[in-house]
Design a protein around this ligand. Structure first.
Ligand code: NDP
Ligand code: MG
Length: 376
């Protein structure tokens, strides 16, 4: 029996995690659940999963008296001695400290919260080194790559190919993007996810975050990571080896499989998810990414290559811009403008302390907000 803490349990990944944990209750015991402010959903999960600890991070919300509240309680849940695996499904850079705490405490970290690895990559790797924790991706592309890499030596890998659906505006006329609204952006063609990552898919900020995530997770150079548009979201990513052989991981889109694999890697558990059928899945097509449609992608990859605190700046500016877009304070193309402004203004420093990352994060949000106020 492994003890599991689910951070960000009230969200979309949290829902996938709850289903997986319920189905495999003979293997996993839910020890702690956290949410930010969704009391109803958290109470429902408590009834289903019977955790010992429930945390609502926002302490300004009325909650049952046996729950805990505040950020400290969230971090405490991530390092409980009876927790073996921490699923970090918090959204945004707000998940960074929990990532660090779980790895420092030697846990297996099933990481959905890619923003923590993007913002604080060097800190995350150092925390893993110090604490002896394990970092296993939940992101479907990285789960696919991890599965393709089983049994391979580092020197055998030539290239990683991340696939991308292209998001809600893949087929829109470029001229119409100025008028794109949150309700349009939230119509993802193949995946059902939280609002922030769904907008990130429409801008391809998500794919830039994933390129940076791959760099840190798999220790590859940026030159070794490529992206191909794959509208059907059936091939979750590919690895090209030095002999030219390419392995892909394939399946209908569901986050339950990557969540389960992150819990059991390198083993597999029998599971009764939807079975794959190549005929129903056909045809599978691939396209190059159009840089004019997705300017945010190049900004993110440039930030990754610049290193230091640049990815933290990119990530924080993106979070601010996406919130502004969702609140109708910013146009869809304005998201890229706000990020560009932050990257142009905020100085890049070494990402060698939590304080350095937090400073870049705060400066980036400030810069993005200034531009958003100017242009809206
Ligand atoms: P959701 O918006 O659905 O859920 C976010 C979760 O984080 C909720 O539990 C929310 O609580 C909690 N939360 C929000 N703000 C804070 C905060 N400041 N401190 C602590 N907790 C907070 O997001 P998703 O589930 O879609 O995504 C979660 C992460 O997983 C993201 O990093 C995303 O990029 C990644 N991911 C998601 C995929 C998906 O299919 N959804 C696929 C691959 C990666 P509450 O609801 O109570 O407010
Ligand atoms: Mg992904």
């Amino acid at each position: 029996m492994k003890g599991v803490a689910v951070l960000g349990a009230t969200g979309s990944i949290g829902a996938s995690a709850a289903s997986v944990l319920e189905r495999h209750a003979d293997r996993f015991r839910v020890v702690a659940l956290t949410g930010y402010r969704n009391v109803r959903r958290l109470a429902e999960l408590e009834r289903r999963l019977h955790p010992e600890q429930v945390v609502l991070v926002d302490d300004g919300v009325d909650a049952p008296s046996h729950w805990q509240s505040g950020r400290e309680a969230l971090l405490a849940a991530a390092e409980r001695p009876d927790v073996d695996i921490v699923i970090n499904a918090v959204v945004g850079a707000a998940g960074l400290e929990a990532t660090l705490v779980a790895l420092e405490a030697g846990k297996r970290l099933a990481l959905a919260n890619k923003e923590s690895l993007v913002a604080g990559g060097p800190l995350v790797l150092a925390a893993r080194e110090r604490g002896g924790g394990e970092l296993v991706p939940v992101d479907s592309e990285h789960s696919a790559i991890l599965q393709c890499l089983q049994g391979a030596g580092d020197a055998e890998v030539r290239r990683l190919i991340l696939t991308a659906s292209g998001g809600a505006f893949r087929d829109w006329d470029l001229a119409d993007l100025q008028g794109a609204l949150p309700e349009h952006a939230l119509q993802h063609p193949t995946w059902s996810m939280g609002a922030k990552i769904t907008v990130d898919s429409a801008t391809m900020a998500n794919k830039a975050l994933e390129v940076i995530e791959a760099h840190f997770l798999f220790g590859v150079f940026y030159e070794q990571v490529e992206v191909a548009l794959h509208p059907q979201s059936i091939i979750h990513s590919m690895v090209e080896f030095v002999d030219g052989s390419v392995l892909a991981q394939v399946g209908f889109p569901t986050m339950e499989l990557p969540v389960l694999y992150a819990l059991t890697h390198p083993e597999r558990l029998p599971d009764d998810g939807r079975r794959f059928d190549p005929v129903t899945a056909s045809p599978l097509t691939f396209e190059a990414l159009d840089p004019e449609r997705y300017p945010t992608f190049a900004l993110g990859v440039e930030a990754g290559r610049a290193g230091g605190t640049a990815p933290a700046t990119f990530n924080a500016a993106n979070e601010e811009a996406v919130s502004a877009f969702l609140e109708r304070r910013l146009s869809f193309p304005g998201i890229a403008d706000a990020i560009r402004h932050a990257l142009d203004t905020v100085e890049v420093r070494p990402a060698d302390s939590l304080a350095a990352v937090r400073r870049a994060d705060a400066q980036a949000r400030e810069a993005a907000r200034t531009l958003i106020e100017q242009i809206s």
